[in-house]
Design a binder for this molecule. Sequence first.
Ligand SMILES: [Zn+2]
Length: 106
Amino acid sequence: MQTQNRAQQGEPEIADLEWEPYNSARGGTLRIAATSCCGAVELASRAGQYLVLRPDGKGSYEESRHATRHKAAATYIALVHEHRRTHVDQGERPEYDPLVDGLGMR
Ligand SMILES: [Zn+2]
């Protein structure tokens, strides 16, 4: 079972995340640390808080906030893996992603 496999690898349960509409008026400068292929997922920080952004399908974004960079990065990586399945399903090779494939975050 896939869900079980993910849990065994220590990845967060994506389904359990709480997403809220991205609000650009919220204080602090948004810094993007990583953007996945197709812009499907972005890892960012704002005022010392780490967050993961994804398109909401309606022309805007939604965000999931995390207390630590580690947790936000783990969520980013899990979501990129999920997104990549859509490429693999179409017989495409996923694009290289520094955060997922090895170099990590600076
Ligand atoms: Zn993609």
